[in-house]
Design a protein around this ligand. Structure first.
Ligand code: HAM
Length: 427
């Protein structure tokens, strides 16, 4: 007997996508790619691993993500601190600076892929999850801010989603935030007695985030806090008005949410989230906004930017509820065969049908016709192609529709030379 091996399970909060569900992901990704191309966005792919200081600087030292959610380790070979990306914006901005992407024109880019955050797993909150990240680099807005939001409304429509709501806010510019911050710290100092541990710890380092609390004992204090909106200057207000006008033009409703601050420090001016009540506690399917200071903060020539990321697992969950997934067939044509010669012919015929653009499974191994037909049926194929000794001798194939006809009905013998043409027509 071999030594016992304790089975290995996946890491908590990191999900396997199995065959049937994988097909659903592919359908979803196809809709998403077509949607992105409709607005001229082009694909980029940056590494999953980056230097830790990119995220510390980009996302902000005093954020939940950087303080406690990053998968960080020391590279054993050279002692560098590396981090699995907890989001994609910092990496895309790094790449755009490194390759001088914004040298002569702005860029609309997107990336799909896994990101990693060490959060407590629950429905809709995972440690490895996937984002559709969309960035418009080098645009001042507000037209582009609005276009991004309109674009998202189109995606919800494409997916048949009706109950995703938009929350909108403006965070103004750094100087306006500094004035607000000073007023806010004064307010927090006056209400020091109601602050919880997190609140006390952050009141000087990140007072805005203190208002983002879920602690009911702090709600009254948060509600009466000075509003950033009242500190915005003319330009910031004009930018925000520009976004709002364009949303009105497009007929997109939203809720102004002055408490919407987002969990990453790089934002200025427009910020937004799309939320739903249908996903339980993790109802935010998309978050984003403008981050005009990030490129410079990361060492690039100053340039404006705006973008968003969608949580793919959350959006898929919502889509599944709205449009329950139909099983996706494994192939169109399933070839069954009997005998060694027929098996070899089946392999050849399979290649010929694929040359004609069809999706084909050739039954692997040898088995009775009965069990091969069972497999053919389970595959979801619309047609079975049957090859036996007679077919080998006569250079023909049996063609049997598997869907929508009575059992055994409609089988025909077709010369191999005409097979591709024959099975291409829906039976
Ligand atoms: P974020 O709000 O941190 O923004 O994440 C975007 C979306 O990712 C969320 O709205 C949510 O749908 C999904 N998400 C976040 N955490 C989890 C999790 N643990 N499990 C499953 N889904 C999750 C960003 O990441 C920014 N980089 C967005 C951005 C791009 N801003 C400008 N450009």
């Amino acid at each position: 007997m071999t030594q016992g091996f304790q089975k290995v399970a996946a890491i908590r909060g990191m999900n396997d996508v199995l065959p049937g569900v994988g097909a659903r992901w592919e359908q979803f990704e196809e809709i998403v790619r077509n949607w992105l191309h409709a607005y001229g966005y082009r694909n980029v792919r940056t590494p999953v691993l980056e230097h830790t200081r990119l995220f510390a600087r980009g996302i902000g030292e005093v954020t939940d993500i950087v303080e406690k959610e990053m998968y960080t380790f020391t590279d054993a070979l050279n002692g560098e601190s590396l981090t699995m990306r907890p989001e994609m914006t910092a990496g895309i901005v790094r790449a755009s600076i490194e390759h001088n992407l914004l040298y002569d024109r702005p860029h609309r880019v997107y990336s799909l892929g896994p990101v990693f955050r060490h959060e407590r797993p629950q429905r809709g909150r995972y440690r490895q999850f996937h984002q559709i990240d969309v960035e418009a680099l080098g645009f001042t807005g507000p037209d582009v801010d609005a276009e991004l939001i309109v674009m998202l409304a189109r995606l919800w429509k494409l997916l048949g989603l009706t109950d995703v709501r938009l929350e909108l806010n403006s965070l103004g510019q750094p100087a306006e935030r500094a004035a607000h911050r000073a007023a806010l710290i004064e307010h927090l100092e006056r209400h020091r007695d109601v602050l919880d541990e997190d609140g006390l710890r952050r009141m000087y380092s990140n007072p805005l985030r203190v208002l983002d609390t879920k602690n009911p004992a702090m709600q009254a204090m948060a509600d009466s806090a000075p509003r950033l909106f009242d500190f915005l200057g003319d330009e910031s207000r004009a930018h925000f008005d520009g976004v709002r006008q364009r949303l009105d033009d497009a007929g997109i409703g939203y809720r102004l949410n002055p408490r919407l601050v987002r969990g990453l420090d790089y934002y200025n001016l427009t910020v937004f989230e799309w939320v739903t009540d249908r996903l339980g506690a993790q109802g935010t399917v998309c978050g984003g906004g403008r981050y005009d200071g990030l490129i410079e903060l990361l060492g690039g020539k100053p340039a404006p930017a705006v973008g968003f990321a969608i949580g793919m697992e959350r959006l898929l969950d919502l889509w599944d509820q709205t449009a329950p997934p139909a099983a996706v067939p494994e192939c169109e044509i399933y070839i069954v065969h009997q005998g060694d010669d027929a098996q070899r012919l089946a392999a050849k015929v399979g290649e010929q049908l694929r040359d004609a653009g069809l999706s084909v499974i050739v039954h692997a191994g040898a088995a009775s016709f009965k069990s091969q037909f069972k497999r053919a049926d389970a595959s979801g194929a619309r047609v079975a192609v049957i090859l036996g000794a007679d077919e080998v001798a006569s250079a023909t194939a049996g063609v049997k529709p598997l869907r929508g006809t009575a059992d055994g009905a409609g089988q025909e013998q077709v010369p191999l030379a005409q097979l591709a043409q024959f099975v291409r027509q829906p039976q």
